[in-house]
Ligand binder design. Structure first.
Ligand code: HSE
Length: 295
């Protein structure tokens, strides 16, 4: 039986809409097994045959022109679904990783990221889920290009996950087809500054570098309290804060005061009538792991 562990991810990180994501140390575990020969592990549930994991298995098999492995996939889920923490990418990546192993396909990292993005529509969650760290990506005429970096100084992510779901498709529908030149410049300046801050470890202006005008303002109606919770996190010691992916989770980067920041984020959301759970997470550097276990 295969055990595949795929990290949660947070995309955008403020100004990097559809272009950057970070892997976090919270995991969905997948068990890939043959139901005739092996028993489904306890505390897991079986994924349906049309799940993203099965789509990943099928896509990779077609890519290498082999038969789709006849396996079941069970999940032990820890990543909250439909909250902007890359839960769907964990399924896609798990399916691809399983097929890569079972078919002995030995695909490159580049090929895996490309196939995952084909299913996901964009690489910002799939790439860090596969390879860990902070991954910058761009979709080019020559395919997906990506660079993996690690922050020069440690950062902890406080994520506040509200008790309601938001589908990415719905959160993309509210985005405008066009933005002004001024707003585009606002974001390009900040995105460059944000990445430079991670690379140098100079986080003194991270709060400003994580501001955004390309997606967060449009998503405020879908995430009540968004600006208030982000502001409260910064006021209580966070270095910067943002909507995690398409939301509704809010992420705050901290060097210390993580506990205090998480309590304030939760309390601020409660003022808006929203109950949330918080997680204090480190950046995952490894990405997806796959091992053979007995079962
Ligand atoms: N970058 C995407 C968005 C989320 O903000 O719509 C990634 O799944």
């Amino acid at each position: 039986m295969l055990k595949i562990s795929v990290p949660a991810t947070s995309a955008n990180l403020g100004p990097g809409f559809d272009s950057v994501g970070v892997a976090l140390d919270l995991y969905n575990e997948f068990y890939v097994f043959n139901k005739v020969k092996e028993k489904m592990p306890s505390d897991t549930h079986l994924l349906k045959s049309d799940s993203l994991a099965h789509q990943g298995l099928g896509l990779l098999a077609r890519y290498v022109k082999k038969n789709i492995p006849e396996v079941e996939v069970a999940i032990k889920a820890q990543v909250p679904p439909s909250r902007g923490l890359g839960s769907s990418a964990t399924l896609t990546v798990a399916g691809l990783t399983a097929a890569n192993f079972l078919l002995d396909a030995k695909l490159t990292e580049q090929e895996m990221i490309t196939l995952a993005s084909e299913i996901e529509g964009h690489p910002d969650n799939a790439a860090p889920a596969l390879i860990g760290g902070v991954v910058l990506s761009m979709i080019t005429s020559e395919g997906i290009k990506y660079q993996r970096i690690m922050p020069a100084q440690p950062l902890q992510a406080v994520v506040a996950v509200p008790d309601f779901e938001l589908a990415t498709a719905a959160a993309r529908k509210v985005l405008p087809a066009q933005v002004s030149h001024k707003d585009a410049v606002y974001n390009t300046g900040r995105y460059g500054y944000f990445i430079a801050s991670l690379l140098t470890g100079d986080y003194s202006s991270l709060d400003l570098a994580m501001e955004d005008l390309l997606h967060q303002p449009y998503r405020v109606p879908l995430v009540p309290g968004l600006n208030k919770v982000m502001q409260a996190a910064r006021n209580s010691g966070a270095l910067g804060s943002c909507l995690s992916g398409a939301g509704p989770t809010i992420l705050a980067f901290c060097q210390d005061k993580s506990q205090e920041v998480s309590e304030v984020m939760q309390a601020t959301w409660q003022e808006h009538g929203i109950t949330s759970s918080t997680y204090l997470l480190n950046i995952n550097a490894k990405g997806t792991t796959c091992s053979v276990i007995s079962g």
